[in-house]
Design a protein around this ligand. Structure first.
Ligand SMILES: *Cc1c(COP(=O)(O)O)cnc(C)c1O
Length: 401
């Protein structure tokens, strides 16, 4: 397998090699890594629930009630009362007739598109959609049309041109690597006009945006008539793991019958669903968690403006600092690490070439003083690596690469 070694060496030379860091304790804004305590700005635990004592207690209680393993797929004997209650709670939360649990967001997206589309159909996707939606399109066999990020004019042209079969438009609600929001109202209008289905993947909106954290659709005032298919994940703001699809009775029954990533996999541990019921309750009730995020994001944006840094156009807890090439992003990330701050460098192919970035994210559990510390260290690191730092002459902050 010499070819593998050669390819890996090339990846390393291109500054694209990725490494895992092993975290010793629980999730939180301070992480214990390699015996050091690092201040982290890169998790998706936006509401700070992943290590909430109430969730830990609910998981233990769930294990006492339901044991650990589910034992089988949902359609065999693995569908527990805990799963069922969580599905009902998620349907209520999203204001839709039904919701269906999947083991992960990745599997949910694969399952939705495979169940709903075939090779005579067409799928339209924003170029910056999450990898799982792109893979889902490939797996479905439908013809994939990608439109430029947020470009609804381009989408309208594609919808007018490619008219055969079923048509489905899929978009992230909040884009995971940019933090900006999809033009949902316009997407919904186009789908109505062209008689296409609309799927919104709200992995980064659920819990964070809208009333009670109901997500991007609630924030945009859109319901099931405008967006028939809503996918959300449980491993980000809700602090547990898994995903759900919410929609009509017929949509959910179709997925139960046909989505292969639903049918042919073991149900997740019921105790996990039990814990998620608790996190959903907390996420809905505790508005202060969302309000605190706004305060932190506003403080960070004001601070970076003072430093003369331009951030991307994001109102969400995802606040990337785009630096251009992969080597610069990696260098800055290492400099931050040397000063006790963990921010990962996001590089191609996760983002387009030339748009490598530090993806900075905030959690409710961050203190304002910690945001100030990040700003101070950023200032120090940027002034010491000035010649590598393209901030002043970069175009880098529009939406397109
Ligand atoms: C994280 C993410 C997923 C995948 O969800 P998992 O539960 O982590 O598999 C899907 N879509 C988007 C937009 C995401 O950010």
């Amino acid at each position: 397998m010499q070819e593998l070694a050669t390819a890996l060496a090339q990846r390393q030379a291109d500054q694209l090699y990725r490494r895992r860091r092993t975290v010793a304790g629980p999730q939180g804004v301070e992480l214990s890594i390699d015996g050091k305590t690092l201040l982290s700005f890169c998790s998706n635990d936006y509401l700070g629930l992943a290590n909430d004592p109430r969730l830990v207690a609910a998981l233990k209680d769930g294990a006492d009630r339901f044991g650990v393993g589910s034992g089988a797929a949902h359609l065999i004997s693995g569908h527990s009362r805990a799963h069922h209650e969580l599905e009902e709670a998620l349907a209520d939360f999203t204001g839709r007739p039904r919701a269906l649990l999947f083991s992960t967001g990745y599997m949910a997206n694969l399952g939705i598109l495979q169940a709903l589309l075939g090779r005579h159909d067409q799928v339209f996707e924003d170029r910056y959609n999450h990898a799982s939606l792109l893979d889902a399109a490939k797996l479905s066999g439908a013809k994939l049309h990608r439109y430029a990020h947020g470009d609804t004019t381009a989408l309208a042209e594609q919808l007018a041109t490619h008219t055969s079969g079923e048509r489905l438009v899929a978009s992230d609600g909040v884009f995971s690597m940019d933090g900006d929001q999809a033009p949902l109202a316009e997407l919904a209008r186009l789908c109505k006009q062209h008689d296409a289905w609309l799927l919104v993947d709200d992995a980064h909106g659920i819990g964070v945006l809208g009333k009670e954290g109901r997500g991007s659709l609630d924030a945009a005032g859109l319901g099931i008539d405008e967006v028939p298919i809503l996918m959300g994940t449980l491993g980000k703001a809700l602090g547990t793991a898994g995903a759900f699809v919410a929609g009509s009775e017929d949509l959910i029954e179709t997925l139960i019958q046909q989505a292969r990533t639903y049918v042919y996999t073991t149900a997740t541990p019921p105790a996990l669903a039990w814990a998620t019921l608790e996190s959903l309750r907390i996420a809905r009730a505790e508005d202060w968690r969302r309000e605190k995020l706004h305060v932190l994001v506003a403080r960070f944006r004001a601070g970076t403006a003072e430093l003369g840094l331009q951030l991307m156009d994001s109102q969400t807890p995802i606040q990337p600092l785009r630096v251009g090439d992969a080597a610069t992003a990696l260098h800055l990330s290492e400099q931050l690490l040397a000063r006790g701050i963990l921010v990962t460098a996001i590089r191609p192919p996760t983002v387009p070439t030339g748009t490598a970035r530090l993806r900075i994210t905030f959690s409710t559990l961050h203190e304002e003083s910690q945001v100030d510390r990040l700003l101070g260290v950023l200032e120090e690191v940027l002034s010491s690596s000035k010649n590598q730092w393209p901030q002043k002459h970069t175009e880098a902050h529009g939406k397109n690469p």
